[in-house]
Design a protein around this ligand. Structure first.
Ligand SMILES: *Cc1c(COP(=O)(O)O)cnc(C)c1O
Length: 640
């Protein structure tokens, strides 16, 4: 049963909470109008009271109405994300507090690029960063120098770019500082050692440099700053910087084979090059820490610098969680040997699952307590991974995915706010002196630190208000991911029953046990051993689950998505295992057909909060498997 605590959270599949939302929108629109009227009420209205009667006014209104009606009509062809019949991509209904906060804030139009343009919402963005930091176990007390910092981005893609940018700045800073050679600071002994400083040590070096600078006269300080700036990678560019330090070489990034394609984009955009992104093999679709270690060993031997190791919390295709605890352990193990790198966690999808692991007082919840709520979530490795998030150097998380908020809300977090000084656009990396220790004062000039410029203050308000209404712990926001994990468990039960019903007619397998709420199904008609034929069968099934612009929405019973398993990603062992479980002939894989170099499978995102019986006697998961049975049976009746 859907938890009653979720009943007021959404507009609802049927628009059940329409009066609530309508009241809020009208109330706060009026409130906004009063605010306008109270700013110099002595000014006479600029638009005459009789203006609405003018022909030009009426003509304009008519045109506007016509276009809006056309738009509204066209939007009826949208994908029904809000419906429990939508189990396709990573999107669902929107949380009312966020939606209302967006509506409310839009007419004020704050621009979170800086304080001047957003006197209210810029602080909400900085606070939203602290709320998310707490969710991951980072230090969230802004009076502490090592407090975390987070800001919003247009999405996870930009947050991942920011992670690359910060890791590179931290890697290159010690090299520049060594070259500038301020006296009296303990500097790395050579370029290579400098380039292999860990992020934590680079931050310590930055702090030492700033403390030293503060002891200099204003004129000397300016001169030393200019001297350092001239040596920085951000000044010289990657080519010139590496040219001046030939012992270094291009830094490499390791990411799991499940990595989102934003990593490839980021490597290109940063000028690091796609070839420097190396994908580490998986086991069970989780990054294989042993395989990573072998690669790191090669890097050390070949003097190959490593910029970052990326772990994914909730992979885009399979919902799996990488062993973050092993990645941070690897960082600690390899640093003293001379290989320093950053650990970034791409939790764009799975980040909000951390609410389930968080006590209201901020502590990590014990595994045993969590196990009482679920059949087998979380796996001990997943609990260990989430417990290690606070040790990652930076994290990406998308409020517009499992945060159930409107698009335009991703977030980047870094463990220690002092690192952000290296990204400041005007290279004013003295914060202990003139900008003062005040955390908020410093970050209110947000535009100096972020990749973007003008940005939505309304989006920040939506994120902040939502986290206030539903604090990011298991007792509050956690009700949402709890529902979706329970739905995933119910999906697995229903899938097992479906498989049993179709035994002897259809092989139905879950190729990877999901760590979260994304679940895939591999389906192959019994007797078929040909990969190409199975793929055609699954594509035909998927056609019935995908958006068709030529048909009314109502013609679709369900919306799902699909993905493919490629042998070069899966690796030999997993490829063999999956083929065998579906009774496919390995010889037919990549045998020359158009569609036989991969396995096509169905993919389901179970984030709608009303998938389980919510008291109306309907389980959409059961309905879905009934539908799948009908479709599969009909398709199998047609000779291929
Ligand atoms: C969705 C996703 C991204 C990209 O985020 P956008 O918000 O679409 O830019 C990156 N990484 C992972 C793991 C994702 O799931």
């Amino acid at each position: 049963m859907t938890s009653p605590s979720l009943h007021p959270c959404f507009l609802g599949p049927y628009g059940e909470n329409d009066t609530l939302l309508e009241k809020l929108v009208v109330e706060f629109l009026r409130d906004h109008v009063y605010w306008r009227r109270n700013f110099h009420p002595e000014d006479p209205p600029a638009i005459p009271t009789a203006a609405a009667g003018e022909p030009a006014f009426r003509d304009f209104e008519a045109r506007m109405r016509r276009e809006l009606h056309t738009l509204s009509a066209a939007l009826k062809r949208s994908v029904p994300f809000h419906s429990p019949r939508y189990i396709g991509h990573m999107v669902s209904d929107l949380l009312l507090p966020g939606l209302a906060a967006q509506f409310l804030t839009l007419p004020y139009n704050p621009n979170n690029v800086s304080l001047d343009a957003a006197p209210v919402t810029i602080d909400l963005e900085i606070k939203a960063g602290l709320q998310l930091a707490r969710m991951f176990g980072y230090v969230d007390d802004p009076t502490r120098p090592d407090c975390a910092f987070g800001h919003l981005t247009s999405g996870g893609t930009l947050a991942n770019f920011q992670a690359l940018r910060l890791a590179l700045a931290l890697k290159a800073f010690p090299v520049a500082l060594r070259t500038a050679a301020p006296p009296g600071l303990a500097l790395p002994e050579d370029d290579r050692a400098a380039f292999n400083t860990t992020p934590a040590d680079a931050i310590a070096l930055l702090t030492a440099w700033e403390t030293w600078l503060a002891t200099q006269s204003p004129a000397d300080r300016r001169q030393w700053r200019a001297r350092l700036t001239a040596q920085r990678l951000e000044t010289l560019g990657l080519a010139e910087f590496l040219g001046r330090h030939p012992a270094l070489g291009s830094p490499r990034v390791f990411a799991p084979v499940t990595a989102h394609y934003s990593w490839s984009k980021g490597m290109k955009l940063m000028g690091l090059g796609r070839a420097q992104l190396e994908l580490v093999p998986e086991t069970g679709m989780r990054l294989d820490a042993g395989a990573l270690d072998e690669r790191l060993h090669d890097c050390l031997r070949n003097h190959q610098p490593v910029l970052a190791v990326v772990g994914v919390m909730g992979s885009t295709e399979f919902g799996t969680v990488d062993p973050v605890h092993e990645l941070v352990a690897a960082r600690e193990r390899w640093a003293p040997l001379g290989l320093g790198f950053a650990v970034h966690v791409d939790a764009a999808w799975g980040g909000y699952l951390a609410t389930l692991f968080r006590e209201p007082d901020g502590r990590l919840r014990p595994l045993a307590d969590m196990r009482e709520e679920f059949r087998d979530f979380p796996a001990p490795e997943v609990h260990a991974a989430v417990g290690a998030l606070h040790r990652a150097d930076s994290i990406t998380v998308d409020p517009h995915k499992l945060g159930y908020l409107p698009y335009g809300a991703g977030a980047f977090l870094c463990r220690d706010q002092r690192a952000m000084a290296l990204l400041a656009e005007d290279a004013d990396y003295v914060f202990s002196a003139d900008t003062g220790g005040d955390y908020f004062q410093r970050f209110r000039q947000l535009g100096r630190y972020i990749p973007e410029g003008s940005k939505s203050g309304a989006a920040a308000a939506a994120v902040y208000v939502t986290h206030r209404v539903l604090p990011l712990d298991h007792e509050n926001f956690g009700a949402l991911p709890r529902e979706s994990i329970l739905a995933t468990e119910a999906f697995r039960t229903a899938a097992a029953r479906f498989a049993a019903r179709l035994e002897g007619r259809l092989h139905c397998r879950i190729p990877f046990e999901p760590d979260s709420n994304l679940i895939c199904l591999a389906l192959n008609p019994a007797g078929n051993r040909d990969v190409g034929r199975m793929n055609r069968f699954v594509r035909a099934l998927h056609e019935g689950l995908s958006y068709d612009p030529h048909q009314p929405l109502q013609a679709r019973e369900f919306f799902g998505s699909m993905t493919t398993l490629r042998p070069e990603i899966l690796g030999d062992a997993d490829t063999a295992r999956v083929l065998a479980s579906l009774a496919l002939d390995p010889a037919t894989l990549d045998a020359g057909g158009d569609d036989d170099d991969r396995l096509v499978i169905l993919r389901h995102t179970l984030m709608n909060p009303f998938l389980l019986d919510s008291g109306n006697g309907i389980s959409y998961l059961e309905l879905y498997f009934d539908y799948l049975e009908r479709r599969a049976t009909a398709l199998m009746a047609v000779p291929a």
